[in-house]
Ligand binder design. Sequence first.
Ligand code: NG6
Ligand code: CA
Length: 510
Amino acid sequence: MKAYLKIIIGVFIPICIDLSSTTASAQQTNQTPNIILIYTDDLGYGDISSYGGQIPTPHIDNLAKNGLKFTNAYVTAATCTPSRYALLTGEYAWRKKGTGVAPGDATSLILPGRTTLPGVLQKAGYKTAVVGKWHLGLGKEAPINWNKDIKPGPLEIGFDYAYLLPATGDRVPTVFVENHRVVNLEPEDPISVSYRKNFNDKPTGSKNPEQLKMMYSHGHNQSITNGISRIGYMSGGKKALWRDEDIADVLVNKSIGFIQENKDTAFFLYLATHDIHVPRVPHQRFAGTTGKGPRGDVIVQLDYTIGAVQKKLKELGLEENTLIIFTSDNGPVLDDGYVDGATERLGEHNPFGGFRGGKYSAYEAGTRVPLIVQWKGKISPGSKSSALISQVDFLRSFAAATGQNVPKDKAIDSQNQWKALTGQQAKGRKSLVQQAIRNVLSYVEGDYKYIEPYPGPSMVPWGVNIETGFKEKPQLYNLKKDPGETENLASKIPKKMKEMKEMKVALKKV
Ligand code: NG6
Ligand code: CA
């Protein structure tokens, strides 16, 4: 069923939305906002200047100036694959085995037939696209043949168009995939990929460090492309290899191309940036501009990306009709496997925004992320919200906003938080679950957070220098009074602890 959103702008903000009326119109009008979801990679709560960062991000700050900034918003997991899985399916990833960080040759984790965020919007008459990092697997059976049609993938689960980095920038194959095909692949130079063994003694980071323009620090010592060694081995596809310096520009061009092409219909663009994941290799326009090394420079490059999208919307007169959501797939990390000076050149900039832990961690910095929603003319500019929001809610929120019915047994963790997301309501959800590496779960409700006991290492066991938040005993924190999670209240308020534990156990059984 196609949707029609009737918006009555009253004397008072916020707005009133009547979801009862439906028509067959998919025309992009005031009533059906375009939706652009900008999903950044590894960007921390404190990485942008509107959240206290020391690196200038004027275009991202503009989103906050014109829109609504959340201080209590979460991604569902502290790594990429489970976060994206939950974002697109409306279900926590820890419910499904095999949804941890996916290798570059993983097969599709979200299969045709699933209820998905793009699928819901497609049904509502939107043109849908994903541009950027996928990292949810591609194809049906391993090993993937990269030289033929690669499917199923995004086109089979609700996207009309896809331009992808198949996994991450640091994993082979380092090529773009457009719809079902590797871009610029020449049949006489086919691609081979292996995550187990090298091909014909091809150069690797560990054997040929002299060929590297950026040294690896941990992992990332296998096949070399563009002077950077990666995770995994590949050969062939010479013409198809991306140049890391150009990735942001390529994704911008594909995004604004999609916007241009669909300016007259309602569209949904999921722009999943490679920035600011490793390897951090800014274009020369941005290299050296922040004095904070590549990590700082790719934040400025990310800001440019947002600026380019804003410029396009303005040029097409679509600013008022477009809702932009800006957020991140997990918390920040400094050294994530390459020697790029991220730690040494940080200075006063604090990506962690005062929270404990970071990417991979059960502590807050793992999953508390920036979230900004801009919808000009609808959301009051410069507003702030402390509503508890999870990205898993986007699916049902947009379903409700576009008049789509999602059966109760689908997208089971997603809640319709449309009102909170658009600033019409101060309260969001009551509780949520956070997922750290090794599927260690935390439960947040009200001011409190419970971290389940786990007998694991206290530091992430590879060189990232981040606390896991794992303890053999349960932990309970009052996030309001103690956002830095310094005082474990488990033994001080055992009743609360018990209650939180029971809630978490109950949720897991759903
Ligand atoms: C880790 C990688 C890290 C990054 C991460 C996934 C090593 C040593 N580290 O395994 O560099 O790729 O996986 O990041 O290989 S994510 O943002 O896509 O989840
Ligand atoms: Ca990530």
